[in-house]
Design a protein around this ligand. Sequence first.
Ligand code: MRU
Length: 352
Amino acid sequence: MSRKKVVETLRWRRGRLELLDQTLLPDKIRYRPLKTYHEVSRGIRDMLVRGAPAIGVTAAFGMALAARSGARLRPAAFRRHMQKAGKVLASSRPTAVNLFWALQRMGRLMEENAHLAPAVMAEKMEAEALAVLSEDIEINRRMGRNGASFIEDGDVILTHCNAGALATAGYGTALGVVRAAWEQGKRISVLADETRPRCQGAKLTAWELSREGIPVTVIADTAAGSFLRRGKVQKVVVGADRIASNGDVVNKIGTYQVAVLARENKVPFYVAAPVSTIDFSLKSGDEIPIEERPPSEVTTMAGRRITPRGVAAFNPAFDVTPARFVTAIITEKGAVRKPFRRSISALRPRRR
Ligand code: MRU
C-alpha cells in the first residue's frame, strides 16, 4: 500500500483542529479549521467528521480547545467552563460510545491534576488529545493484524458503511482488517454496500480504498442478500458504534439485515472495533440510544427530493445486531467469540 495516499481524517495545526470535511467527499478534499469547542460539537453533529473512533478523537480535541480558551480563567471558573464544554460536546451525537469514552478520559485527566494552574492544564489537555489520536492509529493497526488472520487469499469481503481511515484517526477498523490482509499480500477485494441514506459506503469506503489501489465495488444495499446467496462473498467485516457487554452490536442502519443474511448463507460475520467501543455498563444492545436523523436524509438524494411532497420518512441512523449473529469481535487485544458475556468481560480495562 502506498502510504502517501493515506489521508488524515483530522489534524492539529498551530493550536487549532482541522477536520477533513467528509460531507464534500469524494469530490473535494477540504480541511475545515475549528477554533472552539462549539465548532467542534457542530462539526460532529453535522457529520463533517463521523465514525465512532474519529468522533472520540475529535471530542478529545474539543476539550483541548476549551482548555486553551479558558487558560486565563481562575481555577473555579476554569472548572465550570470545562464542565460546560464537556456537556456541549456530549450532546453532539448520542450513539457512538467513543465520544463519551474520550470525554471521560479528558475529564479524568482534569480531576487527577486539579491542583494545576489552568494554563498548565491546557497544555496537558492538548498533549492528551494528541495521545488519543496516535493511540487510535496504533490500536487500529493492531486490530488489523488480529483480524487479517481470518481473511484468506482470494476472499471477497462485504462491508457496510465506512469503518475505514475516515472513521478513525487513521487506518480504520473493518477496513484496517482489509488493509492488513492486503499488506500481507492476500489478493482480496471489497464489496461496499452503498449505505443509504448518507451513502458512506458509496462515497467514503469506495474513495479511500480505490485511492490506495485496493479493489472495491459498490453495490446497492438491497443487493447484499443476493451476493451472499450466490456465494459471491466469503466474509463480512463491519465496524461498530457501541457494543454491549453481551456482544450485541450497534452499527450503521442496515447492518442487522446483512448479519441475518450472512448467517442464513453460512458466511462469517466479523465486527472490528476497539475496546473503547465496548460499553461495559450495558447488559444488552436494547439499552443503546439510537440516533434519529432528519427525515430529509431519506426523502432527498444528492440534494433533490425523491419522495412525493408531504410524505413522511423515518431515519434511524443505527440498528442492533444481536450477538448470536456475530462470529467474532476483533479488537486490538485479540478476537473474542461466544459466549460473549465472558469473553468481553475479560477485555475490560483495569485503569483508563
Ligand atoms: O453515522 P456514521 O457515519 O458516524 O456511522 C458510522 C458507522 O456506523 C461505522 O460503521 C462505525 O462508527 C464504525 S467506524 C470505525
